[in-house]
Write a protein that binds this ligand. Structure first.
Ligand code: BES
Ligand code: ZN
Length: 612
């Protein structure tokens, strides 16, 4: 019936889109420049048996173009059951709607008929097993193995797979939610979580600060909370709770450093949620509650720059947001810069420099095979999956541009500029042009940094020839030691490794020649137990080196690693190396078959594409 109704209004609703101007966000169907959601109310029940969210999303609207009587939302693989609307906020009636043809990238536009004075609409819906933004874990797939777990991952355009909404970073909304779960589980969101002191399966959330849709986040599991300071704490399964609070105990110090450098933290609390090891990313900057992988809990704080990174997004990204994914460097490049400033303040210049240099090495590796067009900061991802826009170019080239500006204008002056930039564009979504205009006015009014140089950074492929990078004494010493060993002048036992940090180890492994003998590999492994490393960064760097060399002792630990870790940064390169080794490829295919059900839908999609 609804479908018939839909077809009847097809012409009225749809033709203006076909005839109209180009979409303002190439990855969204939403008509947010005409009618936009300003407040979202979610009411969802979490059903672990059916692995389904059921309920409604209420959109409170702002009408920007009074001549337009339709609201277009994004959706992907959602089952829409009913749509209602209200003109007075009290009485609700059925609305005519049309779920459009599916686009492989964007999903389906959900077009809803409005009246002149419609204030809000409610979409009643269910999620489906194809939801790319949700991972449902059985009890056996969690750390504690007693209760199931659910988490969302909305960035870049996966929010639409679990909520019908205007899924574009160009629009900001406030939200409220009521989430019903099985009684013994706890739900947490990227919002004020403080109403939920009773663990009763009925939870309320409120997010009064406007955020883009990709920052809406939900997790449900056997979660417990432990405070680290008055305003910071950790949610995790019990098994991780003490280890996580010990690992992240400097979070308040990072917060203090960032406050001082870039202005007062705008989101009230800052908590961390430790996810099951299938979490496909290192971290996700969901406001008030960053999601992080347990692979950074190493016991020695060696990988906590990731916390600095997600915290840094509280300014770069969450407060000042890229208006579309073509400008993702405004989020990730600025965040890498801010992260590194925090690391300098809290852990000192030498460590921050080593981290920067490791980033630059990864960038240079990428540049050896990246398509030149995609090595520009101002990129063009129209018609492509915006998840592909996240690589070393926006992250590290973006960071290097800001570093070049800081060197040119002086650190203190540049940080002051950034502080003003965050305040000026607070709670706005902007494009690169807005940054450039503000920079030219505020910092570069005398044109001392040439317009040409800036535009080369933004629009030319590759890296500028002249890069003033810091030197690392620690790395230099590691290089010398390695050369002595390779030249047969020193045994491994004589290398000064006992004091090496994880960063120095990574430098050491990255620098090793790619054609070592079996004998040399065994010697290294015997001396340093690299195949047994519990640090996922070291293990992955080592495994990537030895897989092409058919080094048998890696087989068992590698299998174990691939079956227990779902972070794409590690598993995608590992499977790629395995695929490239004809002797190990079919073994890898078997491991993947076994591991796949435990991987996140996004990781599954990536790895399926690899065609092991
Ligand atoms: N926003 C990203 C995570 C992300 C990337 C989500 C791509 C969706 C698509 C997050 O802030 C991030 O950059 N995480 C990095 C860690 C960081 C230290 C570089 C990660 O996950 O490895
Ligand atoms: Zn980031």
């Amino acid at each position: 019936m609804v479908r018939v109704l839909g077809w009847l209004i097809f012409l009225g609703l749809f033709m203006p889109v076909l005839a109209g101007t180009a979409a303002p966000d190439p990855h969204s169907f939403a008509n947010f420049q005409q009618v936009r959601t300003r407040h979202l109310v979610l009411d969802l029940a979490v059903d672990f048996t059916r692995q389904q969210l059921t309920g409604f999303a209420e959109h409170q609207l702002e009408r920007l173009d009074p001549s337009i009587n339709r609201l277009v939302l994004d959706s992907r693989h959602l089952k829409i059951t009913t749509v209602t609307f209200t003109n007075d906020g009290v009485h609700w009636q059925k609305a005519a709607y049309l779920l459009g043809i599916e686009d492989a990238l964007k999903g389906q536009p959900l077009t809803i008929q409005l009246q002149n004075n419609t204030k809000a609409v409610r979409v009643y819906y269910q999620t489906t097993p194809q939801a790319s933004g949700l991972q449902w874990l059985t009890a056996a797939q969690t750390s504690e193995k007693k209760q199931p777990f659910l988490f969302s991952q909305s960035q870049a355009i996966h929010a639409r797979s679990w909520i019908p909404l205007q899924d574009t970073p160009a629009n900001r909304i406030t939200y409220q939610a009521r989430i019903k779960t099985p009684a013994d589980l706890l739900a947490v969101m990227s919002a004020d979580n403080s109403a939920n002191f009773n663990r009763n399966g009925d939870y309320q959330f409120d997010m009064p600060q406007p955020l883009p849709s990709y920052l809406i986040a939900l997790a449900v599991g056997d979660l417990h909370f432990k405070a680290m300071s008055a305003d910071t704490g950790v949610y995790a399964e019990k098994l991780w709770l003490d280890r996580a609070t010990a690992e992240f105990s400097d979070t308040q110090k990072m917060m203090d450093a960032a406050n001082q450098l870039f202005g007062k933290y705008p989101w009230k609390r800052y908590d961390l949620l430790v996810l099951p090891s299938s979490f496909p990313f290192g971290g996700m900057e969901n406001p008030r509650l960053s999601f992080v992988t347990p692979t950074i809990i190493t016991g020695d704080k060696s990988l906590i720059s990731l916390v600095a990174h997600e915290l840094a997004h509280s300014w770069s990204g969450n407060l000042v947001t890229n208006a579309s994914w073509n400008d993702v460097w405004l989020n990730e490049g600025f965040t890498n810069y801010v992260e590194n400033r925090i690391m300098q303040k809290v852990y000192g210049q030498p460590r921050a420099d080593m981290e920067l240099l490791l980033n630059v090495r990864a960038l240079r590796n990428l540049l050896t095979h990246q398509a030149p067009a995609d090595s520009r900061l101002q990129a063009d991802y129209r018609g492509r999956d915006p998840d592909e826009a996240f690589h070393q170019i926006p992250y590290v080239k973006g960071q290097l541009l800001l570093l070049a500006l800081a060197q040119h204008f002086g650190q203190a002056q540049f940080d002051q500029f950034l502080r003003d930039y965050f305040a000026h564009f607070a709670f706005q979504s902007i494009e690169t042009e807005s940054f450039v205009r503000y920079f030219q006015q505020q910092l570069n009014s005398k044109q001392s940094f040439s317009e040409q140089a800036l535009s080369r950074w933004l629009t030319a492929p590759g890296l500028p020839d002249e890069l003033a990078l810091p030197a690392s004494d620690a790395f230099a010493r590691v290089s010398v030691a390695q050369q002595q060993w390779l030249a047969g002048k020193a045994g491994l036992r004589l290398l000064p490794t006992t004091q090496w940090s994880v960063h120095e180890w990574l430098h050491f492994i990255d620098l090793l020649p790619r054609e070592l003998t079996e004998q040399q590999l065994s010697e290294l492994d015997l001396a340093f137990s690299l195949s047994q490393s519990s640090n996922a960064e070291i293990f992955t760097a080592w495994a990537q080196l030895v897989i092409p060399l058919n080094y048998q002792p890696i087989i068992q630990p590698l299998r174990q690693f691939l079956l227990s870790v779902g972070r794409q940064k590690f598993i995608v390169p590992l499977y790629s190396e395995l695929k490239a080794n004809p002797q190990w490829r079919s073994w890898a295919r078997q491991v993947y078959r076994e591991a796949r059900p435990g991987y996140h839908p996004l990781a599954q999609q990536q790895l399926d594409k690899l065609t092991l």
